[in-house]
Design a protein around this ligand. Structure first.
Ligand SMILES: NC(=O)c1ccc[n+]([C@@H]2O[C@H](COP(=O)([O-])OP(=O)(O)OC[C@H]3O[C@@H](n4cnc5c(N)ncnc54)[C@H](OP(=O)(O)O)[C@@H]3O)[C@@H](O)[C@H]2O)c1
Length: 296
């Protein structure tokens, strides 16, 4: 591990997946970390405190609490919470803008925003356009800013997009046609890249970096899981209508559009040389084939 930060780095979302990975990477570099949390007594906040993370109780709708938590920090990372409705999208934008305004108020030297792929422009995906609006707010704030723009989390294959085992075969289903390559990144690597930017051991070319560790079609993703399990595998493309809401449908249309523009995988590896591709992620996480689906 390289440079050690001289000052405190503030993290919003530290009790969550991406912010948690940023904290892991910062602690690996022996940085001082201050987590902005809603509830310092929560189990997740207390687990951070046990690892030496300072807790600052903040509320996104209380600008004074945010500015106080950002006073004297050397860098600030923030993500914005998941939005599943247009109402939540507006709440997401409010939180993001409030965090930027607080960073301006506190005079934070460098802000890293955990945005999303394609957020350099409007895409018509409500919970991506929210991040575009926050990026614009940050860009015009006068702050030194870097954007990290993650693609789909590989961890989705351990949860919402987990392959199943049916009649001795690994089966992966996604609402994505079989010739579309899905861009993806491990959450660990989101944290590592964001930490490198915060610690100034790397810079985002042009102020933003698309976070992609691999891009594979559904059949190739299924094959990777099958090969690891030593089992045959197949992919089934589902219709968009299986998705619970219009936001997710718009996002999967955007995955297909994004696939038309192959990514430069070398950019992430120039910042984090050990960034995982899917096969490495499967191995690193110790993924094992699920139990046979009921009735199969
Ligand atoms: N899933 C994907 O493949 C993917 C890909 C790219 C981008 N994204 C984006 O990633 C984001 C979700 O990131 P994640 O998975 O890291 O989130 P997460 O694990 O759900 O964590 C959310 C964090 O935000 C905090 N939080 C939530 N609501 C808050 C509020 N109202 N005020 C203050 N803090 C609040 C939570 O703190 P508490 O402990 O207080 O709850 C927690 O630390 C979404 O914006 C999504 O669009 C997702």
């Amino acid at each position: 591990m390289s440079a050690q930060a001289t000052g405190t780095i503030a993290v919003f979302g530290a009790t969550g997946q991406q912010g948690g990975a940023v904290v892991d990477a910062l602690l690996d570099h022996r940085a001082q970390v201050r987590a902005l949390v809603r509830n310092p007594q929560s189990d997740r906040a207390q687990a951070l405190a046990a690892r030496g993370v300072e807790l600052a109780a903040t509320r996104a709708d209380d600008p004074a609490s945010l500015a106080a938590a950002l006073a004297t920090v050397e860098g600030f990372y923030f993500m914005t919470p998941e939005a599943n409705s247009l109402e939540e999208v507006e709440a997401e934008v409010r939180i993001g803008k409030a965090l930027v305004d607080a960073a301006v108020e506190a005079g934070v030297p460098h802000v890293v925003f955990n945005s999303v792929f394609g957020a350099d422009r409007e895409s018509g995906v409500p919970h991506h356009d929210s991040k575009h609006r926050i990026e614009e707010h940050l860009r015009t704030s006068g702050l030194r800013a870097s954007m990290v723009r993650p693609t789909a989390f590989m961890e989705n294959f351990a949860s919402v997009m987990a392959p199943s085992l049916e009649h001795g075969e690994i089966v992966l289903r996604m609402p994505l046609s079989e010739d579309v390559a899905l861009k993806m990144i491990s959450i660990r690597d989101i944290g590592r890249v964001a930490a490198a930017l915060l610690l100034d051991t790397a810079q985002a070319p042009g102020g933003a970096v698309e976070l992609v560790g691999d891009e594979l079609t559904g059949p190739r993703i299924a094959a990777a899981f099958g090969a690891h399990a030593g089992l045959p595998a197949r992919y089934e493309a589902l219709p968009l209508s299986v998705l619970p809401n219009e936001l997710d449908q718009a996002m999967f249309r955007q995955f297909a559009e994004a696939a038309a523009h192959p990514s430069d995988l070398a950019v992430v590896r120039s910042i984090e040389p050990t960034a995982l591709d899917l096969v490495e992620w499967i191995r690193a996480t110790g993924w094992t084939a699920p139990a046979n689906a009921a009735g199969s």
